[in-house]
Design a protein around this ligand. Sequence first.
Ligand code: UDP
Length: 262
Amino acid sequence: MLKEISVNKLSNGLPYTIITYRDAINHICNQAEFQNEVKMIFTPNVHHYYLYATDKEFRSAYDVSYMSLLDGMPLVWLSRIINKDKTEKVSGSDIFIDLFKKGLELNYKIYLLGGASGVAQKVIEKFDVEKRFQERIFFDSPPKGFELDRKIEDEVIMKINKVSPNLLFVALGSPKQEIWICRNRKKLKANIVIGVGGSFDFVAGITPRAPIWIQKISLEWLFRLLMEPKRLWKRYLITNTYFICDNIKILIKTIIYFILKK
Ligand code: UDP
């Protein structure tokens, strides 16, 4: 078991946890047992890198997060170039699947918050959860904009607190989920709270996930773009351009280093 977790920073200050995929799963499962305070876990990608620099509340959420697990090879490459550590990619969707399964084995209570109506049920169906485990899985799909209505938001939190889950997965998209978790962290009774973006949609089969070989060559983002061009083209154009420009010096230095090495 990990005694403490080490943190490093990317070039714009975004903090990340230095950890391998396996250690991340084990560590989170251990921490999910303790009943003290909410531990917020986020999984940054290039979009988050951009939001960290441009959205103050998003940045504050990251700055007080318990773990920040790099979800994207561009960020992992950057971490290796500037900090030379051994961080691995820990994608939110993969960790959601593994923590869900391991959480059930460990008798944990699991709560799924977010996603469109009916999606959480589909997730449970896909996992083919045995009947005896089903009573430990809870879900709520509040209407879009629930966080703007105090009464509905209080009800959402009350439902969660009634369960007091070990693992609370929040799928509201970014930056909403990180900001929502951080704003409400003192009101929530849950051990581990993780922002998992579109993971419910992936598992439920609503949004197709890139095949493993595409993930391995780090082109999952391109696959997602081709699947949802209307929604994502602007986001990718802005955030990828920002990421490249912000790291252009490092990129050029690395290229020169490899050319001279040859
Ligand atoms: N969503 C939600 N409530 C909201 C906004 C979004 O439940 O107010 C859900 C939406 O149904 C989807 C997920 O949040 O399942 C957002 O996924 P997206 O792909 O946008 O997240 P990303 O991984 O890109 O941050």
